[in-house]
Design a protein around this ligand. Structure first.
Ligand code: SIN
Length: 187
C-alpha cells in the first residue's frame, strides 16, 4: 500500500447513504475539529488502546524525519476515550485528505455515557500501512517527538495538545501522560 490512503478510503461507501453518523476521534481529531459537525460528545471504544506508533510524514514530521502520532492497537478489555462528532457523509472527503498518511476508515461500536451505542467510524492506521513505525522504547519515542516538525507544526505540540484535551475530559491515559511528562520535565 502507498502512504496515501485517500483513494482507498473513497471506496468505503458504508455511510454514504446516512443523513449523519458518528465519527470517533482519539488523536488530533479530539482537539483539532477543523471540519463541520452537528454535535460532539465524549465517547469511548472498547478493546483498543491509543499508541504513538504511527509515523507522520505530512503533518508533524517530514518524509526524511517523520514524527510520531497516535493510532489504535487492539487490546482486549481495554477502553479508549475520545470525542465523537456527528457529521454528514460529505465531510469525509476532507477528513480523508487530512488522515491520508496511512489511516483507513473503519467501522466500530462507539459508546456514550447517556445514549445507546452506535456504529461509528474511526480512522485507523494498522501495522500494514507503510507509515507505521510501531513500538519503541518510551525515551526513544519521546526524543523523536521532541525533534520532529512538519507543515502542521511541531510534534511536541500534537502530543501536549492531546494530553491537555484528555485531561480536560478527565481521561487518564498512561501512555500519553508518560510521553508528555518526558517532553515537559526539566533536564
Ligand atoms: C484521530 O484523531 O482520531 C486520528 C489520528 C489523528 O488524526 O491524530
Amino acid at each position: 500500500m502507498t502512504f496515501d490512503t485517500t483513494l482507498h478510503n473513497r471506496r468505503m461507501t458504508h455511510f454514504d447513504d446516512h443523513d449523519s453518523f458518528w465519527l470517533f476521534g482519539y488523536g488530533s481529531l479530539i482537539w483539532k475539529a477543523d471540519f463541520p459537525f452537528l454535535e460532539r460528545r465524549p465517547a469511548r471504544i472498547h478493546d483498543w488502546c491509543r499508541r504513538f506508533w504511527q509515523g507522520s510524514h505530512d503533518h508533524r514530521g517530514t518524509p526524511d524525519a517523520p514524527g510520531r502520532v497516535v493510532t489504535l492497537v487492539r487490546a482486549p478489555g481495554a477502553c479508549c476515550d475520545g470525542m465523537a462528532y456527528r457529521i454528514r457523509p460529505e465531510v469525509l472527503s476532507q477528513l480523508d485528505i487530512r488522515e491520508k498518511n496511512g489511516y483507513l476508515r473503519e467501522r466500530v461500536p462507539v459508546h456514550f455515557d447517556a445514549q445507546p451505542t452506535v456504529e461509528g467510524l474511526i480512522y485507523l492506521a494498522t501495522e500494514e500501512n507503510a507509515a507505521f513505525l510501531g513500538e519503541a522504547p518510551l525515551l526513544d519515542m519521546a526524543a523523536q517527538i521532541a525533534g520532529a516538525h512538519g507543515p502542521s507544526g511541531s510534534n511536541r505540540e500534537y502530543l501536549l495538545n492531546l494530553a491537555e484535551a484528555l485531561a480536560r475530559q478527565g481521561v487518564k491515559d498512561g501512555h500519553v501522560s508518560a510521553l508528555a511528562a518526558l517532553l515537559t520535565q526539566p533536564d
